[in-house]
Design a binder for this molecule. Sequence first.
Ligand code: GGG
Length: 357
Amino acid sequence: MTKTYSIASIPGDGIGTEVIPVGQRAAETAADRYGFSIRWAEFDWSCQRYAETGRMMPGDGIEQLKPHDAIYLGAVGWPGVPDHVSLWGLLIPIRREMDQYANVRPVRLLRGVQSPLAGRGPEDINFIVVRENVEGEYSEAGGRLYRGTDQEIAIQEAIFTRRGTDRIMDYAFKVAQTRPRKHVTSATKSNGIVHTMPFWDERFEAAKARYPDVKTSQYHIDILTAHFVQHPDWFDVVVGSNLFGDILSDLGPAVAGSIGIAPAANLNPEGLYPSMFEPVHGSAPDIAGKGVANPVAAVWTAAMMLDHLGEADAAKTLEAAIEISLERPETRTRDLGGTADTNASEAAILKAIKEGC
Ligand code: GGG
């Protein structure tokens, strides 16, 4: 009997609504080839919905998502809705309530893509950022006092628990054990952030002892960003807190050519809840609606989702199709120095999947 996956699709805002359908068609094309099928449940949760209803998603939104095998999300955010309102109304509750604590963001210089770094090729840039995804600096603890007065105060607490820190370290070390170089780098700032970051370093030391076969390094976040640019070849798996991981996983893809290609998985590794897959990029209001958005991140994200669902061959085919589409400027989008619009990029990807790359 044909296996059918049930996937919740939330295109969201801006270019999310342009690239997610491309990823869906790419996944369906691969499904046809590999003998499984996908049933999509479409959700219009977005800033537009917020404008109409005062909510990014309905009150029982999380319950509606729980029965699905995975969640495929586009982008969140649109001018007119404060960014913290849109993010905390949709993306962050899904990550937290589904305990999607491991945010996995691969960074690879793909064939056909030019890095902005001189003299770097695909062999130099191939690492994974593992970002802690449900605590850390993204916290509701804190508050505002004396708003609008000279005495105004804003307090934001970062929350680092031993359970939360240890499990993201474990996840990163286990990923490293599956890779040839078996190396984990920790992003810290324990010279300036005096409570949480020394704690982060202590938990990294404890993790090192649990994985003696994995090599390690540790850098303060400031010099680490410089090393991403000057020595991207040093990195294999990079583990960071919620904020540091977020920043590093925009810088990484920029070094690898464009944030328009960067995929991400928000994983609940234990499988107690569906995991969520989303391109790293946001809604890009500057190019939204023009038909020029790069769909590669959405397709690569769909590949991560299929891999997670156990369809490894289909996932590999999507990745290979992406690389074929990137070889020629006519099928590469403008952010990658090409001339293609979204449709031309999609056509090349679907053709490559059908032709059996
Ligand atoms: N594609 C997901 C998206 O729209 N991300 C926008 C964003 O600002 N995300 C912040 C985060 O990942 O913490």
